[in-house]
Design a protein around this ligand. Structure first.
Ligand code: AGP
Length: 345
């Protein structure tokens, strides 16, 4: 078995551990946000961690009412700019804790009087040195280059923080149920494994979602790209209609992540439009209506609150990337020319 598959399968366990271990730290950060009357947050991250940041943006804005912007680290590292960040929470997400540019954003933010915090899987990493508050993923060592369990545990910590910031006991309780839902969703593996052969020669595709699952589209596309070398382009379904849909002709593969919730009616309509163009649809949903429109339906066997669905819906995406890589003869544990930690500045 490869590390990637093993780490995908272990996720429910690590997510449970993260939820059980980080309540106090998340509570302390939430208290500091209140005490310092923080009104705005900026999140700095790269790669998969940046996709976790997209989830954080949606969840913090929807549930906690805190406006969130995603940082452009180059503003700090290439242009030496120092935006005015007092009264702001600057959160870095880095599974390794070693991303130089993310660390520099936090360091500059601290000098500018911001409240700084990080989410990392490495408690002894440089990012913790520039963070007033440290939240840990508790994901154990991740050995596959493709990040999986560090992503879902980071999402779980974001969920905890948001629940603490907004005093949402119901969200905390729903989060507690997520490991079980993830575990059940691992059963899609058989369906995924059986369907990937059809895509053995796929070289490009679009990966689509709307709303909070924008994070899922970004992350599923990144997994496909780095493990299977497919040019997988993630789009917000809304943005897709503003131009990119023009590239879809008969047989063009489109992956749709469509859990029930506020974004679902839009995704259903999008599926109909794409079907009219003859697109090849891979739909990931628990809703039969959209699954029936798909060339390849991937039925998610659980229902989950839309706000927490990215933790569950990424599982089929990870499995698809893994099995497709194997089918294409690639090694998903060690994608060509990549190492586990990428340092950019
Ligand atoms: C994940 O699958 C990638 N290999 C990569 O994008 C990774 O997430 C990125 O290098 C970010 O690293 P960090 O979280 O350690 O900063």
């Amino acid at each position: 078995m490869t590390y990637m598959l093993q780490e995908i399968a272990e996720q429910p366990e690590w997510v449970e551990r993260a939820l059980a271990s980080e309540r106090q730290s998340a509570g302390a950060l939430a208290a500091a946000v209140r005490e310092r009357e923080i009104r705005f947050a900026i999140i700095a991250a790269r790669g998969t961690s940046d996709n976790a940041a997209t989830y954080a943006k949606y969840l913090l804005e929807i549930v906690a009412g805190i406006p969130v912007a995603l940082a452009a680290p180059s503003v700090y590292t290439l242009y030496d700019a120092r935006p005015k960040l007092h009264s702001t929470l600057v959160l870095g997400i880095s599974q390794s804790g070693q991303g130089t540019d993310v660390v520099e954003v936090l360091s500059a933010a601290r000098s500018a009087g911001a409240l700084t915090a990080c989410i990392t899987n490495n408690p002894a990493s440089p990012i913790t040195q520039v963070s007033d508050h440290v939240l840990l993923c508790h994901a154990g060592e991740e050995r596959a280059v493709a990040a999986t369990k560090t992503y879902t545990t980071a999402l779980a910590v974001v969920g905890l923080l948001t629940a603490m910031l907004s005093d949402r006991r119901d969200l905390l309780e729903a989060l507690g149920d997520v490991p079980r839902l993830m575990e059940q969703t691992l059963s899609v593996r058989t369906a995924v494994e059986q369907s990937v052969a059809r895509y053995r020669y796929m070289e490009e595709c679009a990966v689509l979602a709307r709303g909070i699952n924008q994070a899922t589209a970004l992350e599923a596309a990144l997994k496909l790209t780095e493990t299977s070398y497919v040019v997988a382009k993630p789009f917000s379904g809304a943005d897709f209609l503003h131009g990119p849909i023009a590239m879809v002709s008969a047989g063009f593969p489109c992956f749709l992540y469509a859990p029930p919730g506020r974004a679902y009616p839009f995704m259903l309509e999008l599926a109909l439009k794409l079907r009219d163009r003859g697109a090849e649809l891979v739909a990931v949903s628990s809703n039969a209506e959209i699954l029936e429109l798909a060339t390849v339906p991937i039925a998610v066997p659980v229902s989950v609150d839309e706000l927490l669905s990215p933790l569950v819906y990424i599982v089929p995406g990870q499995l698809f990337a893994y099995h497709l890589a194997r089918t294409k003869g690639a090694n998903p544990d060690a994608p060509r020319g990549l190492s586990k930690v990428t340092i950019t500045r």
